[in-house]
Design a protein around this ligand. Structure first.
Ligand code: GDP
Ligand code: ZN
Length: 458
């Protein structure tokens, strides 16, 4: 039922100093007022003001929690409904208590993403913006955060709408030519079509080009540390995690062990394979052979190949190079504090054009250089982020690809001299597909499915 009043805890669970219980809906104000005791009734206060007071236990009529309550009346709110935010002083127990009181006061527990869904359904934000909210919640690094923010500000939506507008104009133009064939030369129409559609295609292409990097920003660069036993793989992992604040977050509903493997290395989000995985790769080549280990490594975006400066190269080391051929590899010669036994000439030869970095993880040396080369590897030749519109959402990417195909059909039609009204069908379809990105033409079930991915309380 739309419009009923929903509630949820909208801050991450855990040790946060302040937790917020949010209510949204027709009766939000009534429900909040009835559970609150302060200087004034919440129904009498101005919109967008905050009030000190207590939440009252409905059974005992005693003060249950000390709170600050923010009152935001429709329509200038996130959901465009009346919204109440109850700030509690942290603690799982206290915030849960407030939530329970809100529920017993007549609010319903929000489904995951339901606040954002309402914002969408009430026209406050479009679909790509709603998805950006979800990305924002999950954003792993500052850069990923920027991509999400840009999208939320409607950058992608604006561009998509511009493209759709162009498509509409061409359709309108074609329409005129169908209705008044004498009005314009067929030749002209074709030229105009090719020009306008070419523009749309170029824009779609450049959006798709950003997709790969966008995906990495969102999901992290999947990184595997390989090397013989004892070269220092676990030490490296620890040092990366320790030096770089392991990336957020403790949002309920996300798997903790997955999240904790993210580290932010100078703006590059690394998704380090789990410790168990690393242990397994220790003798991966020995165990499963070069071919199979290549397959495992192929899944990775980045390979950190560790060698021991204190020992001569072994055949196992050489096999690792072989297994990692053709991939993004950084070669790390570790334990530089030990007397060098390794043949650096051979290392460089094996490394070919991959960067070689020397470290002593034990003495904490060379880690800066390593981080710098990770950053260079990722950002070299790539556009600086910030002022670009990035596509990082897999649904958007797939729709853009469909739009591209449908445009190609249109082009094909024009070239092979199909009647314009046939071409028009492909143009209209492209317009529809792009509309799905911003949510103009999406089906109900897709909307439900999308919003159910959200975290509770958003
Ligand atoms: P893994 O088997 O590859 O995971 O290697 P570990 O990280 O467990 O390290 C094996 C041993 O090498 C441990 O005793 C580490 O303390 C030690 N070690 C790691 N890095 C260095 C280093 O840079 N110099 C020296 N001398 N020892 C190191
Ligand atoms: Zn280890």
């Amino acid at each position: 039922m739309e419009g009923d009043t929903i509630t949820a805890i909208s801050t991450p669970m855990g040790e946060a100093a302040i937790a917020i219980v949010r209510l949204s809906g027709e009766n939000a104000l009534d429900i909040a007022d009835q559970m609150f005791r302060g200087k004034q009734s919440l129904k009498e206060v101005d919109s967008h003001t905050i009030h000190y007071g207590f939440i009252i236990d409905p059974d005992t009529q005693e003060k249950a929690e000390e709170v600050m309550v923010t009152v935001m009346r429709a329509p200038k709110t996130f959901t465009r409904e009346d919204v109440i935010e109850i700030n509690c002083h942290g603690g799982l127990i206290s915030v849960n208590r407030v939530l329970e009181i809100a529920l017993s006061g007549g609010a319903r527990l929000a489904e995951p993403g339901e606040f954002t869904k309402r914002a969408f359904l009430n026209g406050r934000i479009d679909l790509s913006q709603a998805e950006a909210v979800m990305d924002l919640i999950r954003a792993k690094t500052d850069r990923a955060m920027n991509v999400a923010l840009n999208q939320m500000e409607g950058r992608l939506s604006n561009l998509i709408q511009k493209l759709r507008q162009t498509l509409l104009e061409t359709v309108a133009h074609v329409e005129v030519n169908i209705d008044y064939p004498e009005y314009d030369a067929e030749e002209m129409t074709h030229q105009l079509l090719i020009e306008k559609l070419g523009y749309v295609q170029n824009e779609i292409d450049s959006l798709l080009q950003t997709a790969e990097q966008g995906k990495i920003l969102r999901e992290g660069l999947s990184t595997v540390i390989i090397g013989r036993p004892n070269v220092g793989k676990s030490s490296l992992l620890n040092s990366l995690v320790h030096e770089n604040k392991a990336i957020v977050t403790d949002i309920p509903g996300t798997t903790r062990d997955v999240i904790e493997e993210y580290v932010n290395v100078r703006g590059v989000p690394l998704r380090l394979v789990d410790t168990a995985g690393i242990r397994e790769t220790e003798d991966i080549v020995e165990r499963i052979g070069v071919e199979r280990s290549r397959k495992v490594l192929k899944e990775a975006d980045l390979i950190l190949l560790l060698l021991n400066n204190g020992e001569a190269l072994t055949d196992e080391d050489r096999k690792l190079f072989e297994a990692a051929r053709g991939m993004d590899v950084i070669v790390i010669v570790n334990k530089t504090d030990l007397t060098p036994e390794i043949d650096m000439d051979e290392v460089r030869r094996l490394a070919s054009d991959h960067p070689v970095v020397s470290t002593s993880i034990k003495e904490e040396e060379g880690i800066d250089e390593l981080e710098e080369s990770i950053k260079e590897l990722f950002f070299s030749g790539s556009v600086e982020l910030g002022d670009m519109t990035y596509v990082s959402n897999s649904r958007h990417i797939s729709l853009l690809k469909q739009a591209k195909r449908s445009l190609q059909e249109a082009f094909h039609g024009i070239e092979s001299g199909l009647p314009v009204d046939m071409v028009q069908i492909d143009i209209t379809r492209t317009w529809e597909i792009l509309g799905e990105i911003v949510g103009d033409t999406v089906s109900e079930s897709l909307i439900d499915q999308l919003f159910s991915q959200f975290c509770l309380g958003k």
